[in-house]
Design a protein around this ligand. Structure first.
Ligand SMILES: Cc1ncc(COP(=O)(O)O)c(C=O)c1O
Length: 437
């Protein structure tokens, strides 16, 4: 297998390091998790991305989830182009914002009103503020391994013990800012009960990725879902479903449809912007009526409801609503993940393949991955080797063991076969390099 020519990307990265911290505008793009240089993207089409050196990759990152229709879907391109002819930012209401909000409401019955923002981070930060404003309580519960964007008080994971009052994960966050964040193990209903028994009257909300994508894909156990349904409510706290990744991705009605959850608030992003910057939070009308200008909880944005993002979002949701591609995606993803597991087995490499709908992760470990502690036991070096073997064979995987990979409607059988062919060879190479894996 010849080495990948990344000369132009390596040159671009050297230049980028002089102008941008670490050369990238979001850390995971720097490939710290797997080593080496990233490829610089020249463009994308359907299921593929192309780099500056002319290499082509089956894209399993898909902009970290938004591109459920693949790159440059004609209907999305057409919608964006149409908007450009009319003007692309007004700072005043447009009818299309209402249309997108109505589309969200139709898909998610728990959402009575919804506010558009510019990123998932803004959505989660604002939803927690609304929950605090509504309940008059200070504390928020999150789960270890769940990522809710980079707001100060959400950049916290658990320390040791069952429940740890927050210590910040990032420099630059004063401990006081995280002091109201309580981090619990995911999939542990007893820990949730214990936290509410200890501090229930102070907890405004529980925020959760109902299906986790941000420690790799991890699925909730039925008992945990039941605890999410009942425990916060019993104590007068709100449930915030962070569906920034899962919304319109795992089903038309998101994770809440598949899990029969009725969150008080929902955070969205990614797919609802069709690949352009967007976020949204919404839910119970009585909670959302606390948000300015109706109520005292302040939240605003110069670019919120930006016409280009809104147009791309409407076009994307229209296609998803009209054609219901979810069963098709399920079939493709099941075939892909079944094939990946089989290829690993044939190569004598032990992996766990976790999947929900068109999101999946190949974990290099022999034990089921159900929470952060089991995810953390994975062999990161074996994953890194797999990443590079796959990339050399034209498949772009997430450059971290702890990220979800995605399929789009542009990934047909031919693309799935390309990935499986590359995986069979890559697992053999990893098995040879890491004989105990
Ligand atoms: C579940 C979840 N919440 C929030 C965010 C933050 O979204 P953004 O990167 O748009 O700020 C992400 C981003 O990956 C996410 O996956």
């Amino acid at each position: 297998m010849s080495e990948l020519n990344l000369d132009r990307s390596i040159e671009a990265m050297a230049r980028a390091r002089n102008a941008i911290p670490g050369g990238v505008n979001s850390p995971v793009r720097a490939l710290k998790g797997v080593g080496g240089d990233p490829f610089f993207v020249a463009g994308g089409e359907g299921a593929f991305v192309f780099d500056l050196d002319g290499n082509r990759y089956v894209d399993l990152i898909l902009a970290w989830g938004p591109l459920i229709l693949g790159h440059r879907h004609p209907a999305v391109v057409e919608a964006i182009t149409r908007v450009l002819g009319r003007g692309f930012s007004f700072g005043a209401p447009t009818l299309e914002e209402v249309e997108l909000a109505e589309g969200v409401k139709r898909a998610l019955p728990s959402v009575e009103t919804v506010r558009l923002v510019n990123s998932g981070t803004e959505a989660t930060m604002s939803a927690v503020r609304a929950a605090r404003g509504f309940t008059g309580r200070p504390k928020v519960v999150k789960f270890e391994g769940c990522y809710h964007g980079h707001a100060d008080f959400l950049l916290v994971k658990a320390g040791s013990g069952l429940a740890t009052f927050g210590t910040p994960d990032s420099a630059g966050v004063p401990a006081e800012f995280a002091a109201h964040t309580l981090t619990l193990p995911y999939n542990d209903p007893d820990a949730l009960n214990a936290a509410f028994d200890a501090a229930g009257g102070e907890i405004a909300a529980v925020i959760v990725e109902p299906f986790v994508g941000n420690m790799g894909v991890v699925l909730p156990a039925p008992g945990f879902v039941e605890a999410l349904r009942t425990v916060p409510r019993a104590h007068g706290a709100l449930l915030i479903a962070d569906e920034v990744m899962t919304g319109f991705r795992v089903a038309w009605g998101g994770a809440q449809e598949l899990l029969d959850l009725k969150p008080d608030l929902t955070c969205l992003g990614k797919v609802i912007g069709g690949g352009l910057p967007v976020g949204a939070y919404g839910g119970r009308a009585d909670v959302m009526s606390k948000v300015s200008p109706l109520g005292p909880v302040y939240q605003a944005g110069t670019m919120s409801g930006n016409p280009i993002s809104v147009a791309a979002g409407i076009a994307t949701l229209s296609i998803l609503g009209e054609f219901d591609p979810y069963p098709w995606l399920e079939g493709k993803a099941a075939r892909l993940c079944g094939g990946l597991a089989a290829a690993a087995r044939d190569a004598g490499v032990t992996v766990q393949v976790n999947r929900i709908a068109s999101m999946f992760t190949v974990f290099f470990t022999d034990a089921p991955v159900t929470d952060w502690r089991s995810a953390d036991r994975c062999d990161r070096k074996a994953y890194a080797a797999f990443f590079h073997e796959m990339r050399r064979r034209g498949v772009s995987l997430p450059p971290s063991q702890f990220e979800a990979a995605f399929l789009s409607t542009a990934h047909g059988d031919a693309e799935v076969d390309l990935v499986l062919g590359a995986a069979a060879e890559s697992f053999r190479a990893v098995g040879a390099a890491f004989p105990t894996t």
